[in-house]
Design a protein around this ligand. Structure first.
Ligand code: HEC
Length: 129
C-alpha cells in the first residue's frame, strides 16, 4: 500500500512538472532550427516587418534594444502591447496597421522567446518534421 502511494505521488509530481514546462515554453523546436507552424509564422512576420532594421538581424539590438535581453523579463501581454501600440515617441513604431504582424503576435512572441532562451538559433529556420 505505502509503496503504491509513494509511486502515485511521484507520478503526480512528474506530471505537474511536465505540464509546467509545456506552459512556460510557447514554442516547439527541434535541433535549434526546426519549429512549429505558429513560431515559423512569427519569424516570417519578423522578416517581412523588418524588425531587424532596429533590433538587428540576430535580435541582439542596434538602435532598438536587444530583444534577447528584453524577452527574459518582458511578458507576453506587455510584448503584444508594445508591438501593437509602439512607443512612437521613443522610436519604436506601432504595428497595428500590419495585418501580418497582428495576426501572428503569439508566434512572434514565441519566436523571440525561443531566441532569448537560446533554444532557437539565429538565421533561417524551417518547419519541424
Ligand atoms: C524604426 C526602428 C524599430 C523597428 C523597425 C522596430 N523597433 Fe522595436 N523598438 C525600437 C526602439 C527604439 C525601442 C525602445 C523603445 C523604448 O525606449 O522604450 C523598441 C522596443 C521594442 C520592444 C520593447 C523592448 C523592451 O525591453 O521593453 C519590443 C518587444 C520590440 N521593440 C519589438 C519589435 C518588433 C517585434 C518589431 C517588428 C515587428 C520591432 N520592434 C520593430 C525600435 C524599432
Amino acid at each position: 500500500m505505502r509503496k503504491h502511494f509513494r509511486q502515485a505521488v511521484i507520478l503526480m509530481l512528474m506530471t505537474s512538472a511536465h505540464m509546467a514546462t509545456a506552459q512556460t515554453t510557447p514554442y516547439q523546436v527541434q535541433g535549434g532550427n526546426k519549429v512549429d507552424d505558429a513560431t515559423l509564422a512569427g519569424w516570417r512576420a519578423w522578416r517581412n516587418a523588418a524588425c531587424e532594421r532596429c533590433h538587428g538581424p540576430n535580435q541582439e539590438g542596434m538602435v532598438g534594444p536587444s530583444l534577447i535581453v528584453s524577452l527574459r523579463t518582458l511578458g507576453r501581454d506587455d510584448f503584444k502591447a508594445v508591438v501593437t501600440k509602439g512607443r512612437v515617441d521613443r522610436g519604436m513604431p506601432n504595428f497595428d496597421g500590419s495585418r501580418q504582424v497582428m495576426d501572428n503576435l503569439d508566434g512572434l512572441y514565441a519566436y523571440l522567446k525561443g531566441r532569448s532562451d537560446g533554444a532557437i538559433r539565429p538565421g533561417r529556420i524551417e518547419k519541424m518534421d
